[in-house]
Design a protein around this ligand. Structure first.
Ligand code: GLN
Length: 298
């Protein structure tokens, strides 16, 4: 069987099983097996697959049919033009989160000294993209999950930023040793009742998706901690889900009545990023840094 025939067959199977983005997914799976780039794939369409390669490709297609995400099968996901290692201990980075990163880069470029905390970093995609685009920023990345921090550490090494990002294990802002200029977070915001059913073993970690009964429990928890960890004139950038704008902005407004709050829609028109900028006045008094557990100090 040639590569072209394998691609066509795989595509037909995925389409017949209602897998979204079948052409792209087949490409990624076959490129993963053959360890080739997209260009090499299309230049080598007439090449014959070995029996082992054929067998592996059907095995991977079967895994995909059982709803294991392609990113977990290939252990890769592209985000903001960069390649990240992912496994089932982390949320797979989504294209809409690039908007959050873009906002942070714009903000960071206006400052010479800039300290950032990426809360709930997962595979580290946000923190690492910021480190590469804001070469002078000092970055903390926290996560409650030690497994997620392992994935983040692999990605820090892959992108040569281990000395730029301080990975800390702990909940929310607890592990931060100092207040920062920017807090950026893609926290879990899916309503518990809307989580995918637990019957599949190939799900993304509920810890990274489950936002409690109204989806906003984690976001509220973070907002309540802000005053002690955000510097005067500091900024919060939060990713939110569809329909959450009103509740989140009202909550932030009740906590920080004189702060500037803005909401930006993503490319699909969904209000996706909430930004809050403190005035010098409403930044709270800084608490002394709480003891924290340093996991991967680089
Ligand atoms: N956007 C993700 C989804 O719809 C949710 C990500 C999150 O909870 N932070 O699955």
């Amino acid at each position: 069987m040639t590569l072209k025939q394998a691609l066509t067959r795989a595509r037909e199977i995925l389409v017949a099983n209602s897998i979204e983005d079948a052409p792209l997914e087949c490409e990624l799976l076959l490129r993963h097996i053959l360890k080739i780039s997209r260009v090499q794939l299309y230049l080598g369409l007439d090449q014959e697959l070995s029996p082992e390669q054929e067998e592996t490709s059907w095995r991977l297609i079967e895994r995909r049919l059982s709803h294991e995400p392609t990113a977990y099968i290939t252990e890769h996901r592209e985000f903001y033009g960069l390649d990240f290692y992912v496994d089932s201990s982390v949320l797979i980075p989504r294209p809409e989160t690039e908007l959050l990163v873009e906002k942070a880069i714009n903000l960071g470029q206006k400052h010479t000294v800039f300290t950032i905390a990426d809360v709930g970093t997962g595979c580290g995609a946000i923190a690492i993209t910021l480190a590469l685009n804001l070469p002078r920023a000092k970055i903390y990345a926290t996560d409650i999950s030690a497994l997620a921090l392992k994935a983040a550490q692999i990605n820090c090494q892959k992108h040569g930023v281990t000395n730029r990002i301080c990975l800390l294990q702990g909940d929310m802002l607890g592990p931060l040793p100092e207040p920062v200029d920017l807090i950026i977070a893609n926290l879990p915001y899916v309503r518990e009742s809307e989580l995918p059913p637990i019957c599949s073993v190939n799900l993304e970690p509920p810890l990274a998706l489950n936002g409690g009964s109204d989806g906003l429990e984690k976001i509220r928890q973070l907002c309540r901690q802000l005053s002690s960890k955000l510097r005067p004139k500091g900024c919060l950038l939060l990713e939110i889900g569809q329909g959450q704008r009103g509740t989140v902005t009202a909550f932030l407004c009740s906590l920080f009545p004189s702060a500037k709050i803005e909401v930006t829609p993503d490319l699909s028109g969904i209000e996706r990023v909430v930004s809050l900028t403190l005035t010098a006045v409403n930044a709270g008094g800084f608490e002394a840094a709480k003891p924290f557990r340093l996991v991967f100090q680089q």
